[in-house]
Ligand binder design. Structure first.
Ligand SMILES: [Zn+2]
Length: 534
């Protein structure tokens, strides 16, 4: 038999499994009670509330006897890795958008017709023609190119691309997710001379209703200070257009938004056409700088101690906004105090059980996730242990214990051997394991595992799942529509603590299994993400 550490032999299962599930979730919940308390003011990246949260997480790591894995401060080890950000906030009163059509200039109402995004660094003035480019994607693997025809007729250069968010139906989940990232989409557009983008959400696949995303539109956005890490360099403007007002944009083109959405829903090709109106944008942005914190700690292994299984979860959330029903704080209890709490729970259980693991476990609590996976990107590109020695990343982000835990959703299930590990621990616990049920939401590239994937680390994200058409699916949908990125993702919401306790057990088993296997995880041969292997 090959040398293989078996988690169960090293850590008695009785210590892993909850004696009483609610006891177990009690400690997990207590971490959330602190991290999602009003005192931390929504843990916005760069804020005092985030700094306090980081200090708390570092304190918990210390109490669990972990080794600091942040940057050294004055030669001394520390749990903290400082990250510098450039902040941007739209001065909406000084900014304007208008369409110049054949009949004149039509001013647009910011927030109602459209939102000027500041994830890109917008140019102060843009005045350009428009072109509808389908999904605005170039996917070489499928020989799919939304720009080819338009480029050959000279209709892309100097224009702003208008596109329907989403991807063609034959693009598998991972492929679609990767090419829809801001970095990839902009690379394709820039390549054909496009200067900016207007995205229109498909109303059938919106996470957040327009009114709510519009209400958050003046949130400060951030980019990493290091120019090497800016993915949308050169993009002059990025606008989200209200799908309910899309026909204003398509006037006189002979196309309607309904026709485009119907084609997308039927899996038919989208049209590509020039829009005769011009978009005139005047944008004023207030800029500043802040520093925020990643927090990293190591539970040392006892065999291959210089190999690391990363467990990641983001600490940051959205901070504060204008009061709604007297509440101005985005507490982010599920997004993602819950994932950080799971990380702290696992760190503590390793400590308490004196678990012996073959590999080390590297806990990384990151900042800047809500700003575009920036803290994890910074960590993965400026790692405090060699990135080649990170054998896997297991990410926890908003796993939503809203109903009994019977199904585990694994994002990236079929991409690497980590999928088989997840299935094995699922089987041990009587939990069914399924792949991403809704690839159109691009979840696999929308949380921190993606920063590690791009540096070559096989990764998964795990969530509590449900069956299509079930009442659990409806509960999740309702949660997304009402609480996700809202002020009511707070401590006063119904949580299934037994589900959370069972999820923490599963996560612990998964981390231990990967840490103890003789072979390190690998991307599947046919996985799209294998290309990032270093
Ligand atoms: Zn979030």
């Amino acid at each position: 038999m090959k040398a293989k550490f078996i988690a169960a032999a090293l850590v008695p299962l009785a210590l892993l499994a909850a004696d009483t599930a609610s006891d177990n979730a009690g400690r997990w919940w207590s971490y959330i009670e602190y991290l999602a308390s009003d005192a931390l003011e929504g843990r916005n990246t760069g804020s005092e509330g985030h700094r306090k949260a980081a200090e708390y997480v570092a304190g918990q790591f210390q109490a669990a006897g972990l080794t600091p894995a942040g940057e050294r401060v004055d030669g001394k080890p520390s749990f903290i890795q400082p990250v510098a950000f450039l902040t941007k906030q739209l001065d909406e009163g000084q900014s304007s958008l208008a369409l110049r059509t054949s009949i004149g200039i039509e001013p647009l109402k910011l927030g109602e017709d459209a939102i000027i995004g500041t994830r890109v660094d917008p140019a102060s003035t843009v005045d350009a023609e428009l072109v509808f480019v389908g999904y605005g994607l170039r996917i070489p693997e499928l020989k799919y190119d939304d720009f080819a025809g338009l480029q050959s007729t000279g209709d892309t250069r100097g224009r702003i691309a208008v596109y329907l968010a989403g991807a063609p139906p034959d693009a598998a989940g991972s492929l679609a997710s990767h090419y829809q990232t801001a970095a990839q989409r902009w690379a394709a557009m820039k390549n054909v001379g496009i200067i900016g983008g207007i995205s229109i959400a498909n109303p059938n696949h919106m996470d957040i209703p327009w009114e709510r995303s519009s209400a958050n539109r003046l949130q400060m956005t951030m980019q990493l200070v290091d120019p090497k890490m800016i993915e949308t360099q050169g993009e002059q403007i990025a606008i989200s257009w209200n799908p309910a007002h899309a026909d204003e944009l398509l006037a006189d083109t002979g196309h309607t938004f309904k026709e485009i959405v119907d084609a997308a829903e039927a899996g038919k090709p989208l049209p590509h056409f020039v829009i005769r109106s011009r978009l005139q944008a005047h944008t004023v942005v207030k800029r500043s700088q802040v520093t925020s914190q990643n927090i990293a700690a190591i539970y040392p292994g006892s065999g291959k101690a210089n190999e690391y299984v990363v467990m990641s979860a983001h600490v940051d959330h959205l901070g504060v906004g204008p009061a709604v029903n007297g509440d101005s704080i985005f507490n982010g209890a599920m997004d993602n105090a819950s994932g950080v709490a799971s990380m702290l729970e696992i760190a503590n259980r390793l400590h308490e059980t004196h678990a012996k693991t073959l590999r080390s476990i590297l806990f990384v609590a990151v900042t800047g996730e809500e700003k575009g996976l920036l803290g994890s990107k910074y960590f993965a590109m400026n790692p405090t242990v060699p990135v080649k020695n990170m054998v896997a990343d297991i990410n926890a982000d908003m796993f939503l214990p809203l109903y009994p835990f019977k199904i585990l959703t694994v994002y990236g299930l079929d991409e690497s051997t980590l999928g088989a590990d997840a299935k094995a621990v699922g089987a041990e616990m009587g939990v069914k394991v399924q792949p991403d049920p809704e690839p159109l939401r691009n979840v696999f590239t929308r949380s921190d595992q993606y920063s590690f994937i791009l540096e070559g680390v096989p990764s998964v994200m795990v969530d509590i799942g449900n069956e299509k058409g079930s009442k659990e699916e409806q509960i999740e949908k309702d949660w997304l529509a009402t609480r996700y990125h809202g002020r009511t993702d707070d401590l006063n919401q119904p949580i299934d603590k037994a589900a959370a306790a069972k999820f923490n057990d599963l996560l612990m088993r998964l981390v231990l299994r990967v840490a103890n296997e003789s072979k390190r995880p690998e991307w599947r041969k046919d996985s799209f993400f294998k290309r990032f292997t270093k």
